[in-house]
Write a protein that binds this ligand. Sequence first.
Ligand SMILES: *[C@@H]1O[C@H](CO)[C@@H](O)[C@H](O)[C@H]1NC(C)=O
Length: 201
Amino acid sequence: MVPKKAVLLSNSFLSYTIFFFLIFFFLEVTVIHGKPHQFSRVLSPASLGLKEGKLTQLQVYWHDIVSGSNPSAIRVAAAPQTNTSPTGFGALMMIDDPLTEGPEMSSKLVGRAQGFYSSASQSEVGLLMAMNFAFTDGKYNGSTITILGRNTVFSKEREMPVIGGSGLFRFARGFAKVKTHKFDAATGDATTEYNIHVYHY
Ligand SMILES: *[C@@H]1O[C@H](CO)[C@@H](O)[C@H](O)[C@H]1NC(C)=O
């Protein structure tokens, strides 16, 4: 027969064991596994090889070819009201437009403007443009800049923000001054001058 005192002792030994087990269990869960996940950390720009920022100017000509059998801009969507809207409100054009060094299509190809523009104004021809300038020439081959902005195409000069970039244009920010160089009303084809100032590393 087990003495009463021994039963008490073993009972309290058991509860202490459970107590410490629970303490350890919660400590383990909260302290060891429950430490905050590190999804962010502060780095110095040098750790990414970033030195001085620089300002680059780019001047290219953007060719929007909507006519012919091989257009570089195609309408992919419209609203039922688009065709009767004086501003073409609701039309969405997907583009893969050549970018050249000079105003002529025959001048050197330096990249392509890929993205879309859409008619976003009911009171004037005002486009929302979202495109990547993907460069294919020289040291910028493989690098891109992203332009997202408003283009009122019948204004003499428009300005759109450069909101980012890749490759040599990482961390890009800047602006593009845009002027129509040539517009053929019969075909709808347009050549536009892009004068871009971009700050990057
Ligand atoms: C640009 O880069 C691509 C891929 O690396 C290469 O195939 C092409 O020849 C390059 N073009 C120029 C003009 O350097």
